[in-house]
Write a protein that binds this ligand. Sequence first.
Ligand code: SAM
Length: 284
Amino acid sequence: ADSDIADEAVRATCDDASICKRFATSKGYWTDLYVQYFVRQVGERKAPEINRGYYGRVKGMNLLIDAFLKKTQCDCQVVNLGAGLDTTFWRLKDENIMPKKFFEVDFPMIVARKIHNIKTKPPLSKPLIETHSTDALLLDGHSLDSDRYCIIGADLRDLPTLEEKLKKFQINPELPTLFLSECVLVYMTPEQSSKLVHWVADAFPTAMFINYEQKERFLSAGWESANALDMMTVYNMLPQEDVARIECLEFLDEKELLQQLLQHYCICWAVKDKLNLGEASILP
Ligand code: SAM
């Protein structure tokens, strides 16, 4: 049906994101030791403004993620909604800032592919096994569960099923929880994404939601406070010696192109802080 074709197009965006990240990291924009296991080939060249855009996106998300982990001293959970082939869990493991448990959710078809990669690539599976207390990892085609990492196949538009599956894998609503959606809500109708965001606000009393998206739409309903920064501002907030370094990697003829691109996107984050962790002032 039409909706299947539409969903298939949405699923394909997970490859686009990872292919761009693979290319930018191959150029040295940032380090990702794990994206190579999800996207084998470096693939064709991407324009410098695209690479810089991804640099800002990844570094900006990481800045907020790391700030939340620091604020909660890793006594928290992370739920990556529409995670695609994202490698954040493996970075956090290497940097020794793992949350109590890291959950990923995506369509069952994407999850099946990701599980296949994890199963067949030791650099991906080793960290899961190392952080797991018993011998057997719970594994079926559409989900994988270990002590610290869990991946669930579910449709984010079907909230009762999403909630049931997260419960099945021992999510703890009382623990401070960081929700991530990096270029995901934009693929749903405003009603669907707003229901999802509301559900998180209702079910998790101490939580932060980080959303990377186009500037026109962002959230506040049900949350105590919300902030948004356009990516031009985020880019200018990143450590400037690193920005200077990546700006030397490739020549960019039209600076305006990058500006337009960055101004078109934003990172927004919303917090609910029942435990009074001071999440609202997460940035220095
Ligand atoms: N967050 C990853 C990143 O930034 O690298 C992937 C981004 S990709 C553009 C969007 C992802 O959201 C895809 O993996 C897609 O399958 C997932 N997605 C979109 N709508 C979804 C839905 N209704 N249920 C589950 N996953 C969904």
